[in-house]
Design a protein around this ligand. Structure first.
Ligand code: NI
Length: 173
């Protein structure tokens, strides 16, 4: 297993629609393990493949929290089949937009179909923070970031801040 470098917004790779996975190959299983390791190391509760420069439809998440046993999840080709009418607001962050946290409104519960790391198909309902996280990560696979839900002014301010951060990081490297 190895840690991957997380891409910081703005970056064209974070704006792309990712390709469906044909088959959960050994290489993709390794990628998923690396993504989980990278997510835990960051630390974060979700990470999508384009954030590590791989434009394929897979994300990982673990919303168990510090007090519970780890619950690593890998979702290939996730798709929403149902979303609740009820909405909820969560303060979201993103490993590609470090240090920024903003309220985003999304359906409170969603049902998703996906393929797991063993190639098995599932349909599962997510609610609360799991629903928010799964929707946020699925957005990444369609080139969408949580800042895209914010006002234009806020988004531009955040993007300017990230550009500055990237310049500073480049200088340090
Ligand atoms: Ni994110």
């Amino acid at each position: 297993m190895s840690l991957k470098k997380i891409i910081i917004h703005p970056d064209p790779r974070l704006k792309k629609i990712c390709k469906a996975v044909d088959e959960v190959s050994p290489a993709l299983r390794t990628l998923a393990s690396d993504m989980l390791e990278t997510m835990y190391d960051a630390p974060g509760i979700g990470l999508a493949a384009p954030q590590v420069g791989v434009l394929q439809r897979v994300f990982v998440m673990d919303v168990a929290g510090k007090e519970s046993a780890p619950d690593p999840r890998v979702l290939f080709n996730p798709r929403i089949t149902w979303a609740s009418q009820e909405l909820s607001v969560y303060e979201e962050g993103c490993l590609s937009i470090p240090g920024i946290f903003e309220d985003v409104t999304r359906p409170e519960s969603v049902r998703m179909v996906f393929t797991d790391i063993d190639g098995k198909h599932h349909e599962e309902e997510f609610e609360g923070v799991a629903a928010t996280c799964a929707q946020h990560e699925l957005d990444h696979l369609d080139g969408k970031l949580f800042v895209d839900y914010l006002s234009g002014i806020k988004r531009r301010m955040i993007t300017a801040k990230m550009k500055k951060l990237k310049k500073e990081q480049a200088r340090e490297e």
